[in-house]
Design a protein around this ligand. Structure first.
Ligand code: ADP
Ligand code: MG
Length: 596
């Protein structure tokens, strides 16, 4: 007698498999439990872990609790009170909806839940060990829910092995809690790890206060508010001045319709907005809430809901970029070089930095409440009516829009130093030291931008150059042909992995060598969007065409370069974010020579 080989997995096994996806590590457990508390309307959420969450996790809330008869259901897979059908997925505003968190967690730990609704006299306790329900009984308890997860993954040793050190798991939990606390400033969070308090938020609804707890007051002083409304999306939050940047993206917090997400698309758009303000491989701190019609976002692409998919990626990218750039411009982000010049001379030359400057407006203003509640979230437990998207209302913020916009003065050359720096003075008497390469790069870059906005770069036909590429590089080039064409670099696909270069931008050069193309394609490969490739290519062209250091210039050439620099929109930095000029006021010189 033969038996069919296909059979339905028993409940415990299915839960363990789901656990591998939903709760791959302690931070994921914390995230699911906190989201349940948020969904339950909690105002206060206490999180305690020990041993990086592997020893124990406890999440307690003061939310609506679970009815006694629903407790067994809540522990079953795909049991959820939050959606009824797949169609609800697009309008879902609750954090959870898959109904797999509790059973998954309970299948890989010693799990205990205690809950009571306000209307009930007595609470319910459930204990589950490795997926087996040990008991469900009545118990005295405060209103709300407390979940305790001990010995996580005790019965899945393979999973345990995959985890990092206790310390790094604890750090991941901290990061998770921080993101949730930022997303929900109206809820009071407290987080304790190994008996030490890590985070307490006031829960007063003020994003700036929550952010100060997460990033520190000091860091928040280097951030300015972001509020922008586009057609497709609205942006709110805080962006960093260039002084607050890091070698990684750890200080970037993105939220899409309030869900903490990682989004290469948004990170890339942000980077592009800053690209002329920051040195290479530096990433600005940012807290950005992107709110858009839920119909435009698919939140169900990742089991732990950490990633989202957008239906109109290109539009979204472009609007995000526009909004972020406008915010940077309005914040008068260009450094106050004169002020820094005074400090600079007193310090050692090695400390020269244009980024040490004082903010031009008071960041401690109490008027900004940060989070502007959208109607979106007030309807989060109502799934009966069709969902209406109402854009966030943005209060007028005059004081920032009128804030200082620095004017770059007309400069006269004095001479050249080491064939690399131009010394110049302004009509108001300041001494300028100009990095000729950086300045020329900025000028070329701005000219390119101008040409592009006027319809495109003038191009030249070049002697046809053939490139034979490896298959991967060839496919990168195929995918970037349009972008390069817009920049005047026209390649013709000659079949297989062969391409012929037909035109180049007129200002540039008349040939491209294999190395340069390979470098360009490496960048194309790493660029998430065509827009960012476009920007990076522009920067490279400007850099390659700019006058180099150790290049003697005639006085007339210097004068021309300085004139052109004055005409630039952001004359203080080169497209890579390095400073183009250092400024010394006459006053600061006098002071340092003790003439005053
Ligand atoms: P989901 O959140 O996707 O619905 P879960 O497995 O996380 O699935 O939770 C199952 C159900 O248990 C939820 O739909 C909710 O009704 C209930 N529940 C879970 N945690 C809480 C909590 N902290 N407070 C109140 N109800 C909760
Ligand atoms: Mg849940």
């Amino acid at each position: 007698m033969s038996m069919g080989r296909i059979h339905l997995l028993d409940e415990v096994t299915a839960n363990k498999i789901a656990a591998g996806e939903v709760v791959e590590r302690p931070s994921a457990v914390v995230k699911e439990l906190v989201e349940n508390a948020i969904d339950a309307g909690a105002t206060k959420i206490d999180i305690t872990i020990s041993g990086g969450g592997l020893e124990s996790i406890r999440v307690a809330d003061d939310g609506q609790g679970i009815a006694a008869e629903d407790v067994p259901l809540a522990l079953q897979r795909h049991a959820t009170s939050k959606i009824k059908s797949a169609a609800d997925l697009f309008t879902v505003m609750t954090m959870g909806f898959r109904g797999e968190a509790l059973p998954s967690i309970a299948s890989v730990s010693r799990f205990r839940l205690v809950t009571r609704r306000p209307e009930d006299m007595v609470g319910t306790e459930a204990q589950v060990h490795g997926g087996n329900i040990i008991r469900i009984s009545e118990i005295g308890s405060p209103v709300g829910t407390e979940v305790r997860v001990d010995e996580l993954f005790f019965n899945t040793p393979a999973r345990l092995k995959f985890l990092k050190t206790v310390g790094s798991e604890a750090a991941k939990v901290t990061d998770t809690v921080q993101r949730l606390a930022l997303a929900w400033p109206e809820l009071s969070f407290s987080f304790t790890s190994n008996g030490k308090s890590q985070l307490i938020t006031a829960g007063n609804g003020n994003l700036e206060d929550a952010a100060a707890q997460v990033l520190g007051r000091q860091n928040m002083r280097q951030m300015f508010p972001l509020l922008w409304q586009g057609q497709l999306l609205s942006l709110r939050g805080f962006l960093a001045r260039p002084s607050l940047c890091r070698a990684n993206r750890n200080l970037q917090y993105f939220f899409v319709n309030r869900r903490p997400v990682r989004s290469p698309l948004l990170s890339d758009a942000l980077q592009t907005a800053y690209h002329t303000l920051l040195p290479r491989n530096r990433f600005p701190a940012a807290i950005v809430f992107v709110d858009l019609d839920p119909q435009e976002v698919d939140v169900n692409v990742h089991p732990a809901k950490r990633e989202v998919r957008f239906s109109r990626e290109r539009d979204l990218y472009r609007q995000f970029l526009t909004g972020a750039k406008e915010a940077l411009r309005n914040a008068a982000l260009l450094p106050d070089v004169t002020a820094s010049g005074i400090g600079v001379v007193q310090e050692t030359a090695a400390n020269l930095s244009l980024y040490d400057y004082t903010p031009t407006f008071d960041t401690n203003r109490s008027s900004f409440t940060g989070y502007v509640p959208t109607p979106v979230f007030e309807t989060r437990t109502e799934h009966t009516e069709p969902f209406q998207f109402t854009p966030t209302e943005i209060p007028p913020r005059e004081e920032e829009i009128t804030s200082t916009k620095k004017v770059f003065p007309h400069l006269r050359p004095i001479g050249q130093y080491r064939a690399t720096y131009i010394l110049a003075h302004s009509d108001t008497g300041e001494l300028y030291i100009v990095d000729q390469h950086a300045a020329h790069e900025r000028i070329l870059y701005d000219n390119l931008k101008k040409d592009l906005s006027l319809g495109g770069l003038p191009v030249q036909e070049v002697l046809p150059q053939t490139f034979d590429l490896d298959p991967q590089t060839a496919s990168t080039l195929l995918g970037s042909l349009d972008t390069f064409t817009q920049l005047g670099l026209t390649f013709e696909h000659f079949g297989n992995n062969t391409f012929i270069l037909r035109t180049m931008p007129l200002f540039f050069r008349s040939s491209l060598n294999q190395d340069e193309l390979t470098a360009l394609l490496a960048i194309a490969h790493d660029s998430v969007t065509a827009a960012s490739l476009f920007e990076k290519t522009l920067q490279i062209m400007a850099c390659k065409a700019a006058v180099k250091a150790n290049h003697p210039l005639e006085k007339a050439e210097m004068a021309k370069l300085l004139d052109n620099l004055t005409g630039c929109e952001q004359p203080h930095t080169c497209p890579h974010g390095r400073p183009t000029v250092l400024v010394f006021s006459e006053q600061s010189l006098a002071k340092n020579f003790r003439r005053q």
